[in-house]
Ligand binder design. Structure first.
Ligand SMILES: O=c1ccn([C@H]2C[C@H](O)[C@@H](COP(=O)(O)OP(=O)(O)OP(=O)(O)O)O2)c(=O)[nH]1
Ligand SMILES: [Mg+2]
Length: 149
């Protein structure tokens, strides 16, 4: 629970507030704010698209901007900085970077749901420099060190 505050940017009179598509959805769908009309993506095109909202998050949280699976797997839109991080203290417009891998031109229209935003708890830690770290079975093994199956 908790409350996310959304403030409309100038000109955004029509987009609905981001909402969860179902009661159990992890993310709220974010729409494209494109008052000047659709953006037609060509293969390899990267655009930063406004959601039309500034945001104020609950204390101790972040907003993660994640791809929508359908748009990614059926159409080839990825978010290069995924999961995007919206900081608790950010008051600017939330924007979404979209990169198009598909072959044929594909239009994103005003109001299309282009990403989903997950609100997650953030833990802030203190830091300390040490000479030794605790021993574990894994030790320094990583990057596939435990095998494939
Ligand atoms: O998908 C995203 C990612 C970031 N942001 C905004 C909110 C976030 O608080 C700010 C900074 O993001 P981030 O910390 O990831 O970028 P940075 O390159 O570290 O920039 P900065 O130096 O401003 O922190 O940009 C978005 O609107 N959408
Ligand atoms: Mg940063």
């Amino acid at each position: 629970m908790g409350e996310v505050k959304f403030k409309r940017v100038d000109g955004n009179t029509d987009l609905p507030l981001p909402t969860y598509a179902t009661a159990g959805a992890a993310g709220m769908d974010m729409r494209a704010f494109l008052p000047d009309g659709p953006v037609t993506f060509e293969h390899g095109q990267l655009e930063l698209i406004s959601t039309g909202f500034c945001v104020e998050l609950p204390e101790g949280t972040e907003m993660q901007i994640r791809p929508r699976s359908g748009l990614a797997l059926k159409h080839g839109f990825i978010i290069p900085n995924s999961p995007g991080t919206v900081d608790e203290d950010y008051r600017g417009t939330v924007k979404i970077g979209l990169y198009y891998l598909g072959k044929e031109p594909f239009a994103i229209n005003h109001g299309d749901r282009i990403a989903q935003a997950v609100i997650a708890d953030v833990r802030h830690c203190t830091t300390v420099e040490v000479e030794e770290l605790s021993e574990t079975r894994r030790g320094e093994g990583g990057f596939g060190s435990t095998g494939r199956s």
